[in-house]
Design a protein around this ligand. Structure first.
Ligand code: NAD
Length: 495
């Protein structure tokens, strides 16, 4: 069964061309483009192609909502309740939302329904808790020149940063949107959300949910369209105070330039080339499926994918063989079909890009133990395991964003750290060991925003997530994730 199964998904897709959600109302799009199911190539829907005029309208709506009494004066407890209501409504529609994510992106039902939609719900519930806990400080300043008999006291206010443009990628569309919306709303900001052109549908479903939850008009606006059109218009817009972006390093660089006009504050969650380091004492029964999940989950289209695997020489061959056997056992198919472990890549163009990295590696002397393009369809790629790679190969230096793992041996911990850190990225890393001492030493030495021990890709809204080097600027999740959307005002009073 590969068509929509839930009434919610069917009804949503049946409503015809999608418009823009601006100021609490649907606006008809003057131009549209198609979004497809990557597994079948079938067109799912026509969605609006926004440009600069829609960016202007959405930013104006968000600006008006920022100052509106319905939002600006909302009590923290009411804001918390609103965020919780959004989570409840997403939960009530979880099946339909998951189905739309599968159809639009290609991911498996299990990934969408049991990881990403719950992840989005978790974001709203976690930041609902923060809405009532935003506080400033009281400070006794060292100011000695107040008039005789008087002295200065001070306190800080934590204010919403303003209108936020949230631009998100296609790999986990609703979850990425929730990671931006939930903290921004808890902080009292208003937003314009732009989903990726490959996967615009769940953001449009979310707009309806936000409306039904009672979010005042204009607090969240949703514009679909291309990055270089509406994305660029938002990034350069003088009415946007904060740009929060998740996507590729290349686009992140472009946004740094686009944001300079009004010196927007930027959060950039970018790409990665993350290592998984398997020590000699690793429990391979835990490590093989764990490392495999770390690199092959969501068909490798995960920012933290542990694609560079380094294994102690005593276990490297065994690990590579076991990983390749695991990869060969993963069933490719439509994400909605029973038993599918791995869906297609997001589209045929991306599949060809992934295949080119593997072909180039093979031509340069790497051995391909498993994987490659699949005849299931032009977007399918069976998970690949390569050995005999060198650190200077393009596939070892650039983010592939597909199910491609390399296994490289090392002789001691020092060499493992040097190899793992030999990257311009620094998003995540994992260490596989039964030694507590090794776990601590290695996690201290690895240059990455997150280090897991005996796990890879474990996420929770409480856990800060950010990158070093080309992996970006700033941190999402946790208390620091809220800080992205607040600014401090100091009030100094002579009493
Ligand atoms: P992308 O950079 O091509 O696109 C991301 C978003 O930016 C899309 O909405 C796109 O329309 C928009 N965009 C593109 N060009 C733009 C421009 N000039 N101005 C404004 N907006 C523009 O990335 P992608 O291919 O959609 O996503 C994959 C990338 O995202 C990978 O590099 C992956 O590692 C990264 N990612 C990072 C994280 C993280 O948390 N660090 C999480 C998920 C994905």
């Amino acid at each position: 069964m590969t068509g929509p199964r839930t009434e919610g998904a069917r009804a949503f897709l049946a409503t015809g061309p999608k418009g823009f959600w601006i100021g609490g109302a649907w606006r008809t799009a003057p131009a549209t483009f198609a979004t497809h199911d990557p597994a079948t190539g079938a067109e799912l829907a026509q969605v609006g192609r926004a440009g600069a005029p829609e960016a202007d309208a959405a930013v104006a709506a968000a600006g008006a909502a920022l100052a509106s009494p319905g939002w600006a004066d909302m009590l923290p407890a009411a804001r918390a309740a609103l965020l919780w209501r959004i989570a409840d409504l997403i939960e009530a529609e979880a099946d339909a939302l998951a189905e739309i994510e599968v159809l639009d992106q290609g991911k498996t039902w299990a990934t969408a329904r049991h990881a990403e939609i719950p992840g989005a719900i978790g974001q709203f519930r976690y930041y609902a808790g923060w809405a009532t806990k935003i506080t400033g400080e009281t400070i006794r300043p060292s100011i000695g020149h107040a008039p005789p008999g008087r002295h200065a006291v001070a306190h800080t206010l934590r204010e919403p940063i303003g209108v936020v443009a949230a631009i998100v990628p296609w790999n986990s569309p609703l979850l990425m949107a929730a990671m931006k919306l939930a903290p921004a709303l808890a902080a009292g900001c208003t937003l314009v959300l732009k989903p990726a052109e490959e996967t615009p549908l769940s953001a449009l479903m979310l707009a309806d949910i936000l409306d039904r939850a009672g979010l005042p008009p204009g607090v969240v606006n949703v514009l679909t369209g291309y990055g270089e059109e509406v994305g660029a218009a938002l990034a350069a817009h003088p009415g946007v105070a904060k740009l929060t972006f998740t996507g590729s390093t290349e686009t992140g660089r472009a946004l740094v330039g686009a944001a300079r006009g009004n010196l927007k504050k930027l959060t950039l969650e970018l790409g990665g080339k993350s290592p998984a380091v398997v020590m000699a004492d690793a429990d391979l029964d835990l490590t093989v499926p764990g490392v495999a999940r770390g690199v092959f989950a969501n068909a490798g289209q995960v920012c933290v994918a542990g694609s560079r695997i380094y294994a102690h020489r005593s276990v490297a061959d065994q690990l590579a063989e076991a990983l390749a056997a695991h990869a060969r056992g993963l069933r490719l198919g439509h994400g909605l079909a029973d038993g599918t472990d791995l869906g297609p890549l997001v589209g045929p163009g991306h599949r060809d890009r992934v295949a080119a990295y593997v072909d180039e590696g093979r031509a340069a002397g790497a051995e391909v133990l498993s994987g490659g393009p699949s005849d299931l369809g032009p977007a399918f790629f069976a998970p690949a395991v390569l050995t005999g790679v060198r650190g200077d190969m393009r596939l070892m230096r650039e983010e592939i964003f597909g199910p491609v793992a390399t296994v490289t041996p090392f002789d001691d911990a020092e060499e493992a750290v040097a190899l793992a850190n030999d990257t311009d990225y620094g998003l995540a890393a994992s260490v596989w060991t039964e030694s507590l001492s090794t776990a601590h030493r290695m996690s201290a030495a690895l240059r990455a925003g997150t280090v897991w021990v005996n796990a890879h890709s474990y996420f929770s809204p409480e856990l800060p997530k950010g990158g070093r080097g080309l992996s970006g600027w700033g941190v999402e999740n946790g208390a620091q994730g809220l800080e992205n959307y607040l600014e401090t005002k100091t009030v100094c009073i002579v009493v």
